[in-house]
Ligand binder design. Structure first.
Ligand code: PEP
Length: 242
C-alpha cells in the first residue's frame, strides 16, 4: 500500500499562498508517497489546477445532502466538480465547533463515497477521556458510528487524531500510537473482513522532526498534518520521512 501524507490547511490560505503548492510540486515530482492538500473550499479549484502527479487536492467537509436549501454548505458532488478527490470528515474541530455527531459524520461519508470522493474519517479521544482510560472505547465508538457500511480500503481512510495533540506540540508516545492503530486495524478487520488495505493516518503535531519515528510505528500508513502542511518546506520534509 502506498502511504499518504495529507495536509489540512484548516481556515488558512489565500491566492498568495498557492506559491507553496508550486514549491511542493516542483520539489517532489516523484515522491514515495501520495500527497494530499486540503485547503479551504475557496482554494480547491485553483489548487487543483496547479496540482500534478502525486499531489491530490481535497476538502475539509461536505454536506450529507446532494443539493438543496442548505445555505453556506457544499455538497460532495460540488467538491468533485471543483477538482477535489478526497474529503476530511469528522475532524475534531468540526465535532467541537459544529457539534457533529458520529451519525452526521457517517451520513457525510456516505455522500462522499456516493460522489466518488475518498473519505478521510477522523477519530480521536480528548485528554480527559485518555486520562480516564477511555481511549479505545471512545475510538471504537467513533469508528463504528462514523464509518459507513459501504466503506472499502480504496475509498476510505481513517485518521487517528488525539484531540489533545492537535496544534499543541504534544504527541502520544509511539507505544500509544501503536496501540490505537492496532486497535483500528483489528476493528476494521472485524467489520469488513480484510483490513490490510485500509490506510490509517496518525495526526496531531506531526512535524519534520518527529515524522520519521511516527511513520515507523506499525500500522501507521501516513499522516494528517495541520500546521506543518502550510509551508512546502515543512510538508515536503514530512513527505520525505514517509
Ligand atoms: C489537524 O488538525 O488535523 C492536525 C493534525 O493539526 P496539527 O498538525 O497542527 O496538530
Amino acid at each position: 500500500m502506498r502511504k499518504l501524507a495529507a495536509g489540512n490547511w484548516k481556515m488558512n490560505g489565500v491566492e498568495a499562498d498557492l506559491a507553496e503548492v508550486d514549491a511542493l510540486v516542483s520539489a517532489h515530482r516523484t515522491p514515495r508517497c501520495e500527497m494530499l492538500l486540503c485547503p479551504p473550499a475557496t482554494l480547491i479549484s485553483r489548487m487543483a489546477a496547479r496540482a500534478t502527479g502525486d499531489l491530490f487536492i481535497g476538502a475539509q467537509d461536505c454536506h450529507a445532502q446532494a443539493s438543496g436549501a442548505h445555505t453556506g454548505d457544499i455538497s460532495a458532488a460540488m467538491l468533485v466538480d471543483a477538482g477535489a478527490t478526497h474529503v476530511i470528515l469528522g475532524h475534531s474541530e468540526r465535532r467541537a465547533d459544529h457539534g457533529e455527531t458520529d451519525a452526521e459524520v457517517r451520513a457525510k461519508a456516505e455522500a462522499a463515497l456516493a460522489a466518488g470522493l475518498v473519505a478521510i474519517v477522523c477519530v480521536g479521544e480528548t485528554e480527559a477521556q485518555r486520562d480516564a482510560g477511555q481511549t479505545l472505547e471512545v475510538i471504537g465508538g467513533q469508528l463504528a458510528g462514523s464509518v459507513p457500511e459501504a466503506a472499502t480500503a480504496r475509498t476510505t481512510v481513517i485518521a487517528y487524531e488525539p484531540v489533545w495533540a492537535i496544534g499543541t506540540g504534544r504527541t502520544p508516545t509511539l507505544e500509544e500510537i501503536a496501540e490505537v492503530h492496532a486497535f483500528l486495524r483489528a476493528g476494521l478487520a472485524k467489520r469488513f473482513g480484510d483490513a490490510e488495505g485500509f490506510r490509517l493516518l496518525y495526526g496531531g503535531s506531526v512535524k519534520p522532526s518527529n515524522a520519521g519515528e511516527i511513520f515507523a510505528v506499525a500500522n501507521v500508513d501516513g499522516a494528517l498534518v495541520g500546521g506543518a502542511s502550510l509551508k512546502a518546506a515543512d510538508f515536503g520534509a514530512i513527505v520525505e520521512a514517509l
